[in-house]
Design a protein around this ligand. Structure first.
Ligand SMILES: NC(=O)c1ccc[n+]([C@@H]2O[C@H](COP(=O)([O-])OP(=O)(O)OC[C@H]3O[C@@H](n4cnc5c(N)ncnc54)[C@H](O)[C@@H]3O)[C@@H](O)[C@H]2O)c1
Ligand SMILES: O=c1ccn([C@@H]2O[C@H](COP(=O)(O)OP(=O)(O)O[C@H]3O[C@H](CO)[C@@H](O)[C@H](O)[C@H]3O)[C@@H](O)[C@H]2O)c(=O)[nH]1
Length: 437
């Protein structure tokens, strides 16, 4: 099938590449000329494990093309995916200007029937709006379908190629058949394509993200309680996770959820609720807990250093909002950097992939270490913000000899408390008994 993907970011590039992988002809359109130039010349613009191999193969086979020209990009496509940003607007609701802007352009250039697919995360009623905007100028038949994306960064290719489910929201038989054919190769593992009306599809995406965010904030509160009551959150997590009704996944406490999705999507669902005069109490609490959780380690750090961080120097491991991505949108590490530098401390950071992006945002207010161990030189303590695998079994002797004090604040519970005690570290983590030296 000939398809077009408008917006070539995390979702668009993975979507385009994975559709090409099953034999479709894909044209990706982006307004960022620099990005299009890099992609056309074979350079993958994001860090996403497994993507490069697929990208190179499909580019070479001539199934993947890039352009900045929308009319050219969609000319032959039967299906046009909109994988455009939907950032929070000033009031927290989803900003639809990117989607509706492209829809308006499409309305003026469609010359034959096409399926236009909302792949972006968009509030209930968006498909209706997109349809209305296109129809203003368009003289040919078209369908608008809601097909939310559930991939996770870091495992995006796997999530796309082997989805738990594919949600397709449409009441058009014609569009349903085309979408079903397109997704057939991806759902052969027995996972379902779930067809529904477009509003339910739109809400399914927000409900999924909000539910997962709720699980995380719930566990973060259980972790706080564990510390106050002397329980161990790892034990509680295992104890409840083995109940199939609860499930083992997404129960890891830490320094809050970040990324480009949970924070904005929970907020947008709360806004959508307000618009229909509903006060979504649980989600307000989820956001509130998460705001505080991002700086969960700060009071511990301050207390250890007698509330005086001025002149202190910290090593910070992990900047991306989670491992296996270079994405730093809403990354808890950025909040920690801000708080420490405001308090007069200096910070030396290390992340396997995200340092260029952090430099782009905070510049030289921190120093960037070439190696994880270089960041430790003369540091008063090590802080861990992201659970990259390389941090899981570090050389503790090297840590000890480089740090000024044997102190670790771990926002991702990477190490066994008993081991840290044996090794002689002052060790504070989330929801577990601290090792006090
Ligand atoms: N990142 C994820 O893991 C993820 C997963 C599922 C759903 N989503 C949703 O998918 C959507 C896209 O997210 P993303 O993370 O891929 O965003 P992104 O910012 O990485 O990519 C968006 C791309 O759109 C391009 N763009 C902007 N305006 C354009 C225009 N007028 N024409 C063509 N291209 C244009 C940008 O240059 C950019 O390359 C959002 O709604 C997001 O909530 C994201
Ligand atoms: O037990 C857990 C699991 C995750 N997190 C945090 O939650 C955030 C989000 O993690 P994850 O869901 O793995 O990453 P995303 O790539 O943001 O993916 C989410 O957001 C995407 C965009 O909407 C959806 O498509 C995915 O299904 C959804 O998992 C990160 O900060 C994690 O550190 C925890 O704190 N504890």
């Amino acid at each position: 099938m000939k398809i077009s993907v408008v917006g070539t970011g995390y979702v668009g590039l993975v979507t385009g590449t994975c559709f090409a992988e099953t034999g479709n002809d894909v044209v990706c359109v982006d307004i960022d000329a620099n990005k299009v130039k890099k992609l056309s010349s074979g350079q993958v613009t994001i860090y996403e494990p497994g993507l490069e191999k697929l990208f190179e193969r499909n580019l070479k086979e001539g199934r993947l093309h890039f352009t900045t020209n929308l009319a050219e990009g969609i000319a032959d496509a039967q299906v046009i995916f909109l994988a455009l940003p939907t950032p929070p607007g000033e009031d927290g609701s989803a900003d639809l200007s990117y989607i509706l802007g492209v829809a308006e352009q499409l309305g003026k250039i469609l010359t034959d029937y096409k399926v236009i697919v909302d792949k972006s995360t968009v509030p209930v009623g968006t498909a209706e709006k997109v349809r209305a905007v296109i129809a203003k100028h368009c003289k040919v038949p078209f369908d608008v379908v809601s097909n939310p994306e559930f991939l996770r960064e870091g495992v995006a290719v796997d999530d796309f190629m082997k989805p738990d489910r594919v949600v397709i929201g449409t009441e058009s038989e014609r569009a349903r058949k085309i979408m079903g054919d397109l997704y057939a190769p991806y759902v052969r593992q027995g996972n379902p394509v779930i067809y529904m009306d477009e509003k339910s599809a739109e809400l399914t995406k927000y409900a999924a993200n909000s539910f997962l965010a709720t699980k995380i904030s719930f566990m973060n509160e259980i972790a706080i309680l564990c510390e106050k009551l002397g329980a161990d959150v790892d034990m509680v997590r295992r104890g409840i996770g083995s109940d199939e009704r609860i499930g083992k996944r997404f129960l890891f406490p830490g320094i809050g959820y970040g990324g480009s999705c949970f924070p904005k999507d929970v907020q947008a669902l709360v806004k959508s609720s307000e618009e229909v005069s509903y006060d979504f109490k649980i989600l307000n609490a989820v956001m509130d807990v998460n705001e505080k959780q991002k700086l969960f380690l700060l009071p511990k750090i301050e207390a250890y250093f007698n509330n005086d961080l001025k002149g202190k120097h910290f090593a910070l491991w992990g900047l991306a909002f989670k491992p296996n991505t270079d994405d730093i949108r809403e990354a808890p590490a950025l909040y920690i950097i801000e708080a420490l530098t405001k308090a007069g401390a200096t910070v030396s950071v290390f992340d396997p992939e995200a340092m260029p992006n952090v430099r782009g945002v905070v510049g030289d207010i921190v120093t960037y270490a070439e190696h994880q161990y270089d960041s430790l030189e003369n540091a008063d303590a090590l802080i861990i913000a992201t659970e990259w695998s390389v941090f899981r079994t570090p050389d503790f002797d090297k840590i000890k000899s480089s740090l000024k004090n044997q102190v670790i604040f771990d926002g991702r519970n990477l190490f066994e408390v008993s081991r840290m005690q044996e090794l002689g570290f002052h060790y504070e983590s989330v929801g577990r008994t601290p090792v006090n030296l």
